[in-house]
Design a protein around this ligand. Structure first.
Ligand code: MRU
Length: 342
């Protein structure tokens, strides 16, 4: 498959336009750059569920744009739109956070100015998230040593955040200082956000990288080929537990066994002080077809009748996390104290 190219500026990833939300379709990458123009809030709900837009900050921004779209096009459906957008995916707290911020504007802007206030609210959330990512990049880069070999899981880049990225924001900022750094990209079964999206973003940015199957991380660490693990998060609980893409916990266990620092990058919109521990987070269970849909050598490679589990996220306990980077700086354990400063 050929690989498409695109300047990953924030507006090319998500944009609110009059009467529509325009999204870069992440299900079509890396082969094709296709934008979807959605004219009803229900289409935005479906796009979030279907991973057309994905990644914690990006689904928050899309949710906020969906609320603004409903106010423009179907104002009578606004309460229903807010409920459905908020519930489109349960784990990343950014979605509820952004939709709630919009819902508060509904309360304070009754009448004719509401649609414009919500449009401005969505644009502001987008701009703020990108600015937070850039600050995360600056803080996080201070932890990356020269010649680093950074392993990352899933995609926590520009695509996942509406621009720049959290984990990949740190990679981008560190690469500016040291262009010899390299990234080891977990493919991230079952939806391949690593091999499809992270590898694509790194190629666009000219950052050296190597894709590995998820089960190769241990051997790479044992061989001394990983100096840092840097990942994003979908929710960070008050005690510092990190909920992120399924497989992150396994990577953290391996990193601890090899004495490799585990660095988690996320904006404060991902920190949820109302969730006491990671295990209190609802973990999305997705369609088994995502696990079953494997072909190899031109043939289906899955026993069709076998039962399948497909939890989309896991919990990495706070004690395994070396540092949490937000836009406010580098947070260290004990996180129940250091995160209160967010
Ligand atoms: O299911 P996805 O692709 O939305 O999951 C995304 C992740 O787990 C990311 O690591 C996380 O949202 C951080 S994005 C900056």
């Amino acid at each position: 498959m050929s690989v498409a190219s695109l300047d990953l500026d924030p507006q090319s990833i998500l944009r609110l336009q009059p009467g529509a939300v325009r999204l870069l379709d992440q299900t079509r990458l890396p082969g094709e750059v296709v934008h979807r123009t959605l004219t009803h809030w229900q289409d935005v709900v479906d796009a979030i569920r279907g991973m057309v837009v994905r990644g914690a900050p990006a689904i928050g921004i899309a949710g906020a744009m969906g609320v603004a779209l409903a106010a423009q096009t179907t104002p009578n459906e606004l309460p229903e739109a807010i409920r459905a957008l908020r519930a489109a995916r349960p784990t990343a707290v950014n979605l509820a956070w952004a939709v709630d911020a919009q819902a508060r504007l509904v309360g304070t802007h009754p009448g004719p100015g509401l649609a414009e206030a919500l449009a401005e609210g969505a644009r502001q959330i987008h701009a703020d998230e990108v600015a937070r990512c850039k600050a995360i990049g600056r803080h996080g880069a201070t932890l990356i040593t020269r010649g680093a070999r950074i392993l990352t899981h899933c995609n926590a880049g520009a695509l996942a955040t509406g621009g720049y990225g959290t984990a990949l924001g740190i990679v981008r900022a560190a690469f500016e200082i040291d262009p010899t750094l390299r990234v080891l990209v977990d493919e991230t079964r079952p939806l391949m956000q690593g091999s499809r999206l992270t590898a694509w973003e790194l190629a666009q940015a000219g950052i050296g990288h190597t894709v590995i199957a998820d089960n190769m991380a241990a051997a790479m660490m044992a061989a001394g080929r990983v100096s840092h693990v840097v990942v994003g998060a979908d929710r960070i609980a008050a005690n510092g537990d990190v909920v992120n893409k399924i497989g992150t916990y396994g990577v953290a266990v391996l990193a601890r066994a090899h004495d490799i620092p585990v660095i988690v990058a996320a904006p404060t919109s991902t920190v949820d002080l109302a969730t006491p521990t990671g295990t209190a987070t609802p973990i999305e269970e997705r369609d088994p077809v995502e696990v079953r849909d494997v072909s190899l050598f031109g043939r289906r490679a899955f026993a069709a009748d076998s039962p399948v589990a497909n939890p989309a996220f896991d919990v990495t306990p706070a004690w395994m996390v070396s540092a949490i980077i937000t836009e406010n700086g580098v947070h260290r354990a004990p996180y129940d104290r250091s995160l209160c400063q967010v």
